[in-house]
Design a protein around this ligand. Structure first.
Ligand SMILES: C[S@@+](CC[C@H](N)C(=O)[O-])C[C@H]1O[C@@H](n2cnc3c(N)ncnc32)[C@H](O)[C@@H]1O
Length: 417
């Protein structure tokens, strides 16, 4: 059989206009089904997945006058979802779900520890694209919707979520479950309440500590401890630079264990002794026209910094030397200019339309998406299938994989699974 069918058929415009749905979860259902084809979780997605498979085969046959059969299509699609850089470990020892998944930083870390992801949700289309290219699975969409939550299977061990931080409207210092309604934390809490995973692992910006004068964090901890019945040790600020990547990125980690497991102590991982510098992640060859600054633009940055020099640290750009470590990579504003590097080796090139005017003589350039990937601990086999603008956003939003992995390892060890 020469014909090939692919999950991408679902993206075909002609296919799409046949169905008008509030949110198209078909790709997510089918890839989750295929990914769990060899285990019990498959059942959870089966009925719908078979129906979607039929739809897509019928469509393909009509469009291309074929006589394609579902069984062959199924085999091809199975191969497609499994033939990715980061497939599910063969003999997995625990199951987890990946909420606010982004490009799968948590997933990579937990798979490295022998975990199998049984549900993932992320609503950004570009992030979904990166996720599928690397893990073979398309995430479900908006997690605030009941129809998305209905797809979450029972019986997974760990819930992972790096949810955006929002204030709760509460009168006192500490709110309860109902006070968090309308926020993304509420959705996470609701899932925990319903599914009761053994452990939870939440990640957030360091600013969560002082957010709304500390009320946001106090409410989160109160809900997890008192309303949901989890043992939650004091959250800890973990810095990516302590776990083998040259990036100064501090994030708050919150872990928890269901009370009936009788786990009542937890220690966060200790910093590695071996520190690495930017040199370790620096790309050897960079397309000059894409990443080097024009001398005019560089001058604008210099002037800008001069004018605002009393505005404190972290304002404007910084030049990261090979022996330094990078500041946290961030999204938006001057995100990409915050960390510049020097590459004196490449000096003789002609400016193109990408660079208005002459390229700066010093060889100052932005970091590349691959360097951002490495700063977050993503191996080079991680596929970047999107344009640079999306790639920067995705890596800037992501977690530092080695720091997540070191913490998750401690969690898994305690769970004895
Ligand atoms: C801070 S990022 C988490 C990144 C992720 N931990 C990673 O390693 O790439 C938060 C993510 O939540 C997603 N998000 C926000 N609201 C959502 C919603 N209602 N449903 C699904 N995803 C959502 C955003 O698109 C964003 O990618």
């Amino acid at each position: 059989m020469k014909e090939k069918i692919s999950i991408d058929e679902f993206d075909g415009k002609k296919f799409k206009i046949r169905f008008v749905e509030q949110e198209d979860n078909r790709k997510a259902v089918l890839t989750h089904y295929l990914h769990n084809y060899h285990n019990g979780v498959k059942k959870h997605y089966e009925k719908e997945a078979i129906q979607y498979l039929k739809q897509i085969v019928e469509y393909k046959n009509e469009e291309e006058q074929l006589n394609y059969v579902s069984d062959v299509a199924l085999q091809q699609l199975l191969f497609e979802v499994e033939n990715v850089p980061f497939p599910t470990p063969e003999n997995y020892t625990f199951k987890f779900i990946d909420l606010f998944a982004g490009i799968g930083g948590f997933r990579l870390a937990l798979q490295n520890l022998g975990g199998k992801c049984v549900f993932t949700s992320e609503w950004d289309e570009n992030a979904k694209k990166t996720y599928r290219a690397n893990f073979g699975e398309t995430p479900f969409g908006d997690i605030t919707k009941q129809y998305t939550k209905d797809y979450i299977p029972d019986d997974f061990d760990v819930l992972c979520a790096g949810f955006p931080c929002q204030a709760f409207s509460i009168a006192g210092k500490r709110g309860g479950f109902d006070d968090t309604r309308g926020t993304l934390f509420f959705d996470v809490a609701e899932i925990i309440k319903k599914k009761k995973p053994k452990a939870i692992f939440l990640e957030n910006v360091k600013g969560l500590i002082n957010h709304d004068k500390g009320k946001t964090l106090a409410t989160i901890l109160n809900v997890l401890r008192n309303d949901l019945g989890y043992y939650i040790p004091e959250p800890e600020i973990i810095n990516a630079k302590d776990f083998g990547v040259p990036q100064n990125r501090e994030r708050i980690y919150i872990v928890g264990f269901r009370n009936d497991l009788n786990i009542n102590s937890f220690s966060y991982p200790k910093a590695h002794n071996k520190k690495v510098s930017f040199k370790k992640v620096k790309e050897k060859k960079v397309v000059p026209t894409k990443y080097y600054l024009s001398s005019q633009y560089l001058q604008t940055l210099v002037n800008h910094k001069q004018r605002h020099k009393n505005k404190g640290n972290g304002f404007g750009y910084a030049i990261i030397n090979d022996e330094d470590i990078s500041n946290a990579i961030v999204v938006g504003g001057m995100g990409r200019e915050r960390n510049l590097v020097i590459d004196k080796r490449i000096t003789d090139f002609t400016p193109t339309t990408h660079i208005k005017g002459e390229v700066n003589r010093e060889g100052i350039r932005k970091m590349t998406p691959r360097e951002w990937a490495r700063l977050q601990g993503f191996p080079d086999s991680f596929i970047i299938p999107v344009a640079d603008a999306s790639a920067y956003r995705q890596f800037g939003n992501s977690v530092a994989v080695p720091a997540i992995q070191a913490t998750a390892e401690k969690i898994i060890n305690l769970l004895n699974i």
